[in-house]
Write a protein that binds this ligand. Structure first.
Ligand code: FAD
Length: 482
């Protein structure tokens, strides 16, 4: 296949994965890497009755299924899409490996680091994390600056923004892995949006325009949607330091790819697996649960681990219904609704970083890969502002930050329209952390909740997904033993 056929040669063909249906493998028949796939033929369900049915084969569900099945518990993993990995999958673009969803990891994320070591994987660094040039939009003008100097200024502003207790947030959020440790003190701050907190600050217009893209990318939405408490949580996870926080959030990826890790974890489990099996209802009947799929296939189990995203939880009919607090959390959902895409430009721009405040269609972008020709940028934007299938729109948006940019191709995945994710990473709305989070995590009878969107430590991250899978498996196993 030549470069034009692959869609990222000189022909300026745009690739995107319009994810209206589950299990999309490729668009345009090109650009997708083929990670080693687990042979599932031997894993087909051989019975109707299990000890545990795990719903959802993202990292949370794969982890729970591995832990349970390796402990001798009869486990069935049901996945709606025809692939595993959930909000992660590895692809390729401009001859480089890319991640369509979850990408960056860090050794201070204990659960995923454990898996990286266990399965002998390695990490690589994103060039944008080492940017020398920084371009930003402020007051309708494009500015260029030395990246190191600008990062120092943004870091100082962020430190002031989170300093709610004259201790840099340490009093309110002393334990990143236990975000409710100071629940009473936190409640007041949890009532605020990121925008509310911004209004309390006496920043210059330029500093607002530099800091707000950082906050907007965190909640992957506009500042009036994201809760301020989650910023305190990320700050604590980032050791109360801007540089360290960024290193943990956007610097190191898994060289072999997220899909490779998911495959290795699944290969290491003894669970039966069924793909392309969306669960439509879970009903309690005496001591068992009837789990019914969209084709009306029924499996029975003594316990169920629900490992689907918060934003699609309400699509599964539960009998009896989940607790009102869980229903409320699922109805409101998390705020992660923005875009992520890769943009291949003809120019060699080195290690560059760019930012623009809302409502600009690209919030943050940086050099992510250096192929033979040009540069591959990764770009994030707010909800509904950038149609990644529209060549003209992407070109126009990136030219606002790199005026001479000539776009050769674009690739992205529309997580927002995918019925099995309905969003990107988890960031809570005001009030959700102190009012809904603890309840969301609670088991109800033989129903156990898992997923990155309700993890205790790195909530919203692959690490949190694995943490929650370990926790749910432990609790389900204890329940079965009782
Ligand atoms: C664009 C993007 C960028 C990100 N960047 C990072 C990053 O850099 N680092 C990081 O750590 N994290 C990142 N994340 C977040 C991370 O990918 C997720 O938090 C994590 O992968 C979620 O894992 P999970 O198992 O909880 O949920 P998911 O991965 O969403 O898995 C849930 C599974 O449930 C399935 N499902 C849904 N409904 C049903 C149903 N009715 N029946 C059966 N199955 C169902 C889904 O198909 C899916 O496979 C990013 C996410 C996105 C989208």
């Amino acid at each position: 296949m030549d470069q034009d056929e692959a869609g990222f040669g000189g022909r300026r063909k745009f690739l995107s994965l319009a994810a209206a249906t589950a299990g999309i493998a490729s668009v345009g028949g090109a650009g997708l890497a083929a990670p080693a796939v687990v042979d599932l033929s031997a894993r087909k369900p051989k019975r109707e009755d299990y000890d545990v049915v795990v719903v959802g084969a993202g990292f949370a569900g794969i982890t729970a299924a591995r832990e349970l099945s390796k402990a001798g518990v009869a486990t069935l993993l049901l996945e709606a899409r025809n692939r595993i990995g959930g909000r992660t999958f590895t692809s390729s673009f401009a001859g480089k490996r890319i991640e369509m969803g979850g990408t960056w990891v860090h050794w201070s994320q204990p659960f995923i680091w454990n898996e990286i070591i266990r399965y002998g994987l390695s990490i690589e660094e994103s060039p944008g994390a080492l940017a020398e040039k920084f371009s930003y939009l402020s007051a309708g003008r494009l500015h260029h600056a030395n990246a190191e100097k600008i990062w120092r200024r943004i870091g100082e502003a962020m430190s002031a923004y989170v300093d709610v207790d004259r201790q840099g947030g340490r009093q309110i959020m002393p334990l990143a892995h236990d975000p409710l440790a100071k629940r009473d003190l936190l409640a007041k701050w949890d009532a605020l949006t990121l925008a509310d907190r911004m209004k309390q600050m006496k920043f210059s217009e330029e500093m607002r325009n530099l800091l707000s893209p950082q906050l907007s990318i965190n909640c992957h939405n506009t500042l009036d949607q994201g809760g301020f408490a989650d910023m305190l949580r990320w700050w604590a996870l980032g050791d109360y330091d801007m540089g360290r926080m960024f290193d943990k959030l956007g610097r190191y990826g898994i060289r072999e790819g997220m899909s490779e890790l998911a495959n290795r974890m699944l290969a290491d489990s003894n669970a039966d697996v069924r793909l392309a099996s969306p669960v439509k209802s879970i009903e309690k009947q005496g001591d068992t649960y009837r789990v019914t799929g969209s084709q009306n296939q029924v499996f029975k189990a003594r316990t169920v681990v629900i490992a689907v995203p918060l934003n699609v939880l309400s699509s599964i009919r539960m009998e009896p219904a989940l607790s009102p607090a869980k229903v409320q959390m699922a109805a409101a959902g998390h705020t992660g609704h923005g875009s992520k895409c890769y943009i291949h430009i003809r120019q060699k721009i080195g290690n560059w970083f760019g930012s623009a405040p809302n409502p600009y269609p690209i919030t943050l972008a940086w050099s992510e890969k250096h192929p033979d020709e040009g540069t591959v940028l990764v770009a994030f934007g707010p909800p509904g502002k950038l149609d990644i299938t529209d060549e003209e729109a992407v070109q126009k948006a990136i030219r606002g930050l790199i005026p001479n940019a000539e776009v050769l191709g674009v690739m992205g995945y529309q997580w927002e329209v995918d019925p099995y994710s309905r969003g990107t990473w988890c960031w809570y709305r005001p009030g959700q952390l102190t009012q809904g989070f603890a309840e969301l995590r609670k088991a109800e009878g033989g129903i156990f909740m898992a997923g990155a969107d309700q993890a205790e430590g790195w909530r919203g991250f692959v690490d949190g997904a694995i943490e929650s899978g370990i926790t749910a498996a432990r609790d389900a196993r204890n329940f079965l033993k009782a």
